[in-house]
Design a binder for this molecule. Structure first.
Ligand code: UTP
Length: 299
């Protein structure tokens, strides 16, 4: 495939998850048995991405530590006869080059991506939000599909979308569809957090994108928008207005985006991954069913 590099922005403050995120990155929160960014890295690796540029910021060192091979820990596990735990560190051996760059000031997602420009240069690249998991246990093929369509249609950008309930459009970038094709569509525009009444669809951006390097030119010309942040959505809109071809692919049926950016969504994600955990899932489901039943009968 033509694209083997991803930018993973992880520099956000995560204020919607305070106090949890006061001294730890939201991208390192546990969802079931793994931290969020590990799912993101595993999903990207199995989609053929072997260079990942993490855009980090203050207080995000735990992410770098997590992906460093820890030979002392491996030796200690062997010494204490805990070889069975070695498997849980298999992700350290993924064939991936991790590159870290900084966003010194948190000026928004668009700005974070722009901070990766000196590393990315002129190549096309994936953007994968470091606080969002696609599908349970990161088995999603969406990034492969995005890259394939990007190549075959010679697009300027391709974005993953998820259909959300109408009342939730106010939280996302929403697609204004120009034309529908069999399993993808072309965008007429992308609207950041529209009101329910003004929303052109229920198709919400789902945390995975592929872009030509020309997106950097649009990001560098984008002024601060909603929330006084440089919005990626505004740069994509400008690209479309200039005649750029931006396409969308809906997530596969049954596949969901887990956004670890707010409490309701984080709790749902943890619950879903816990009940589907290969080792503890059955036990936890039984506990959850019994507990809910107990609560119902005591109401
Ligand atoms: P969010 O849009 O959820 O923003 O980030 P946030 O600042 O992290 O969270 P709140 O609004 O304060 O609760 C989506 C992704 O973009 C990254 C985040 O780390 C997250 O992975 N991001 C966001 C940056 O890298 N830099 C920013 O300035 C903003």
């Amino acid at each position: 495939m033509s694209v083997d590099l991803a930018v993973v922005p992880v520099a956000g403050r995560g204020t919607r998850l305070l106090p949890l995120t006061k001294s730890q990155p939201k991208e390192m929160l546990a969802v079931g048995a793994k931290p969020v960014t590990q799912y993101v890295a595993e999903e990207l690796e199995q989609s053929g991405i072997n260079r990942m540029v993490f855009v980090t910021g203050p207080g995000k060192q735990a992410i770098e530590n997590h992906f460093d091979p820890d030979t002392e820990l491996i030796t200690a596990l062997r010494e204490y006869g805990q070889e069975d735990l070695l498997e849980s560190l298999d992700f350290e051996r993924m064939d991936v080059d991790y590159i870290y760059t900084r966003q010194g000031r948190q000026l928004g997602l668009g700005h974070a991506i722009l901070c990766a420009r000196p590393v990315v240069g002129e190549q096309s690249f994936v953007v994968a939000l470091g606080d969002s998991i696609i599908g349970v246990h990161a088995q999603s093929q969406i990034v492969k599909d995005l890259i394939q369509l990007f190549d075959s249609e010679k697009a300027d950008g391709v974005i993953a979308f998820e259909t959300v309930p109408r009342e939730e459009v106010v939280r996302y970038g929403i697609a204004d569809v120009r034309t529908n094709h069999e399993d993808w569509f072309e965008l007429a525009d992308l609207i950041e957090k529209p009101s329910v009444a003004e929303s052109p669809s229920r198709l919400a951006v789902a945390a995975r994108y592929v872009f030509r390097a020309s997106i950097f030119d649009y990001l560098s010309k984008t002024d601060a928008g909603k929330g006084n942040e440089i919005q990626l959505t505004d740069a994509i809109s400008a690209m479309i207005r200039d005649g750029g071809r931006v396409l969308g692919i809906p997530l596969a049926t049954g596949e969901r985006r887990f956004d670890i950016g707010n409490f309701p969504s984080y709790f749902r994600a943890f619950f879903e991954f816990a009940i589907q955990d290969p080792q503890y899932g059955q036990m936890f489901s039984k506990f959850a069913r019994e507990r809910l039943h107990e609560m119902d009968t005591h109401e």
